[in-house]
Write a protein that binds this ligand. Structure first.
Ligand SMILES: *Cc1c(COP(=O)(O)O)cnc(C)c1O
Length: 823
């Protein structure tokens, strides 16, 4: 890949980006909104800037499409129920290399404040967490690497809920992100697609009734968003399907665990793409979710096939022109749907259709949690998609025939690998369908891919050994370093030149600079500047005050038992206990930050949020903790908050029970920004240790193998009986200190830890976690130079975790696609 020359982009775009000279901006501001120039509000100004940018992208966007079409290049289609894209304006301006120009052009408008303008854009939260964010990072890398690609998702009118904290508890508010017209998207009504279910609905006396056998036709309207790669050469498309126009939604029913079910019938009757499921491990509102998944698959495959045929291709060439990646099993119905198209519409024979299907599709697994492996009732398929059910039966029949020939007489193996689970109820195992019906199954970090092969689907891995591989996740350094951390990015450019955002392996050149005292000084200054910037943002946006000189210790991610926010809380309580009982105890001053959303029906996770807030309140008002220990829960975790908090963090908490986190990606974002990591040997954190050197990562606790070995005999009560600090801390949970006047508030949590077996083994790891934290505190205070050295070495080793590297591996080893440069 050729390197962009420094300054290239600015020159090329100079003419295009003179908003004011060319009147793009003024025209949009005044004519789109019919307001006088100086009467527009920030939102209107944001829309005008975004629309002007889209205007100047348009030529390039059209040229990209036209080039892909003309060259008939092999194209990647990334199917995902989630795209956690966040804001687009700054990312686009940054990727085009014109940030300075745009800022300067806009300065001539006296009403314009750049920071406020950026804040006027909603954070597009069309996903729950890591899986959706991965899809968004991949789109950035695909465009940057000039690979022809389209992302397909759903245009949820309500994305991930907005989290508010009331009296310490999570309250879910609807995220009405499309309340104002979105300036990036283009509705392409002429390319609408019809998909059908064999069942319609009737609303009677408070419940929804199915009317099987009455076909219902749904219209998918494509909404396209430009995805500008770094350097601005390729502009790919993110195509989100909308099902209907929004009309009415009952906000009152939105809070509480039943909110999905409460709105189910309305959403069903009104609009399929109304709401994203706020849960990344189990499917709730099951019927609606099922239909949503089919809607994504049906619309996208129809679109892919239409585009393939429009280019004059023969069916036999499908795998040479099309690579379809399934982001988890959510779009796994694509196996049966593509077979349906090839059999019923293209009229191919079974064997040819099957060969083309398997060679076109590929599947990424994201989880080992059994409860998160999707299964859909056979009855649901029979009701809504009887043709797909017939096809799945036929796939299974042929597949089991092959398995029987391979393992004669072994009925156990047949029952384990079958696409159909017989008991307790007949269900389609979507992961099995995805593995059998695609040519590639990959996990997302080495340990995860290994456990997937050796434990979760061992029989299938035995049957198809050549299909399994690993593709360790990555994150885009454009958003997570260049955009999020301007201070550090400037230092990197000063040290390395400006090619590192497209070639992150160049960060390795920082390694020797860790020994250079002058560089360490600059590095420390850049990190402190990021912390000060964050502190100001926090004060302004959330009214939280922190001291940037303290060790900032951060855990931000979905709230889940396996991610073990509770372990972090138990450590904080240990420190607090020492402060209360030992007047000579003098720890390194720390600020503990948390953020994350809990699925609305996940009561324990919501209780953990309350606990964090109660602990924060107790600690922050106690004079003994002042200047030493501060705790804050930052509401409404999302991409925008992540961009702020990650660059300001000194210590990243990656403390899942080993064997449960598939990869993690926030671990990589923190590493790139110079945070040190305290973590278990889990997910991609293991590979971070391999690259940075074990001495530069703080590992603690049981390994995945040790967790499995210990589980049968594990007794959390032993730790309570034999470890005085563990006992003291657990007793604090039911004392007046944390929940004044309501001592039973955390009984649930005590029970989980002590009476119900502590499934995620918090107490087994607590001792080693506390000791490791003690070492970290000492290093921070006693050896700041040593700390900075480690921090630089972590940044230097983070190049591997660019999603460009991940996408290059997918392109080479799964998709067999090449870049298609745009002239
Ligand atoms: C990166 C990211 C995640 C994933 O975080 P993990 O700690 O890897 O689970 C989730 N949400 C947002 C907003 C992110 O940016």
């Amino acid at each position: 890949m050729s390197e962009p020359r420094a300054g290239d982009d600015l020159e090329r775009y100079e003419g295009m980006f003179r908003f004011r000279d060319q009147d793009y901006y003024d025209r949009h501001l005044v004519f789109d909104h019919v307001v006088p120039m100086d009467g527009a509000n920030q939102r209107q100004r944001f829309e005008a800037v975004a629309r002007s940018l889209r205007d100047v992208l348009t030529q390039r966007w059209l040229l990209t499409k036209e080039t892909h079409h003309r060259r008939n290049a092999k194209q990647v289609y990334y199917l995902s129920m989630e795209f956690l894209i966040g804001r687009t304006l700054l990312n686009t301006v940054n990727n085009l290399g014109v940030r300075g120009y745009v800022e300067e052009d806009l300065r001539s408008d006296p009403h314009q404040d750049w920071a406020e303008l950026l804040d006027a854009e909603p954070d597009a939260g069309l996903g729950n967490g890591g899986l959706g964010r991965l899809a968004a990072c991949f789109m950035d890398s695909l465009a940057t690497l000039e690979i022809p690609a389209i992302g397909y998702g759903l245009r949820y009118e309500y994305g991930m809920f907005r989290q508010e904290i009331h009296d310490g508890s999570q309250v879910e508010q609807p995220d009405n992100w499309l309340m104002h017209p979105d300036p990036w998207e283009v509705a392409r009504t002429t390319e609408s697609v019809e998909v059908s279910l064999n069942c319609s609905f009737e609303f009677q006396g408070g419940t929804l009734h199915r009317l099987p056998g009455q076909p219902i036709h749904m219209l998918g309207i494509p909404y396209d968003r430009p995805v500008a790669g770094h350097g601005g050469r390729t502009i790919n498309t993110l195509r989100l399907w909308g099902a209907a126009s929004p009309d009415f939604f009952d906000f009152g029913e939105f809070s509480g665990g039943e909110f999905v079910d409460a709105v189910l019938y309305k959403v069903m009757a009104e609009s399929l793409t109304r709401v994203l499921y706020p849960d990344d491990s189990t499917a709730r509102g099951r019927t609606l979710r099922f239909v949503q998944e089919y809607f994504l698959v049906g619309c996208s495959l129809a679109d892919i096939v239409r585009r393939f045929r429009d280019r004059g291709n023969a069916w036999a060439d499908l795998p040479d022109k099309v690579a379809i990646q399934l982001n988890d099993t959510h779009p796994a119905m694509a196996v049966a749907e593509l077979m349906r198209i090839l059999l019923d519409e293209a009229r191919l024979g079974w064997d040819e259709a099957w060969d083309l299907t398997v060679r076109t599709l590929a599947y990424t697994n994201h989880t080992l949690l059994p409860e998160a492996l999707e299964k859909w009732p056979v009855e649901m398929f029979q009701t809504f998609l009887p043709r797909l059910m017939d096809i799945i039966y036929e796939i299974n029949h042929r597949f089991l025939g092959d398995v029987r020939a391979k393992y004669p007489g072994d009925n156990w193996v047949l029952s384990r690998v079958s696409l159909i689970e017989e008991t307790p109820a007949r269900q389609v195992r979507m992961a099995n369908l995805a593995i059998v019906g695609t040519h590639s199954t990959n996990g997302v970090a080495q340990i995860h891919s290994r456990l997937l092969r050796e434990v979760t689907v061992a029989d299938l891995a035995d049957i198809f050994p050549g299909r399994f591989s690993n593709k360790t996740n990555g994150v885009t350094p454009r958003r997570w370093l260049l955009l999020a951390n301007p201070d550090l990015a400037a230092l990197l450019t000063e040290a390395l030149g400006d090619s590192w955002p497209r070639d992150l392996d160049r960060l390795a050149e920082l390694g020797p600079l860790a020994e250079d005292a002058a560089f360490r000084e600059k590095f420390r200054a850049a990190r402190l500047a990021a912390k000060v910037r964050f502190g100001n943002w926090l004060k302004r946006d959330l009214d939280v005050e922190i001291d940037p000189e303290t060790l900032v210790d951060t855990q931000v991610k979905r709230i889940h038992e396996y991610k073990r926010q509770l372990l972090n809380v138990l450590h904080i309580l240990t420190v607090y206990h020492r402060l209360r009982t030992d007047s000579s105890f003098d720890p390194a001053p720390r600020t503990y930050l948390f953020a994350g959303k809990a699925a609305p029906a996940y009561h324990l996770a919501k209780r953990i949020i309350r606990l964090i807030n109660d602990v924060a309140a107790a600690v922050n008002r106690d004079p003994r903790a002042r200047g030493r220990l501060r705790v804050a829960f930052l509401p409404n975790y999302g991409v925008t908050l992540a961009e702020q908090v990650i660059p300001a963090t000194d210590l990243s908490e990656q403390i899942s029970t080993a064997g449960y986190e598939a990869s993690g990606t926030s671990n990589m974002k923190f590493m790139m920004n110079g945070a040190l990591t305290i973590g278990t040997r889990d997910g991609a954190t293991i590979e971070m240790g391999e690259r940075a050197g074990e001495e530069n990562i703080f590992f603690f606790g049981l390994t995945a193998a040790e967790v499995a070995a210990r589980r049968p005999s594990y007794d959390p009560g032993w730790h309570y009986q034999n470890e005085p600090e563990t006992r003291a801390v657990l007793d604090m949970l039911s004392s007046d200190l944390i929940s004044p006047g309501d001592p039973s508030r955390y009984d649930l949590i005590r029970q989980v830890l002590l009476d119900h077996g502590d499934y995620f083994m918090h107490l087994a790891d607590l001792g080693s976690y506390i000791q490791t934290h003690d070492r970290i505190g000492n290093l921070w205070r006693e050896d700041p130079e040593g700390w900075t050295r480690k921090s630089i070495l972590n940044v230097a080793a983070s190049g591997y975790f660019s999603s460009d590297r991940t996408i290059e591996e997918y392109a080479r080893e799964i998709w067999d696609v090449k870049p298609c440069p745009i002239p």
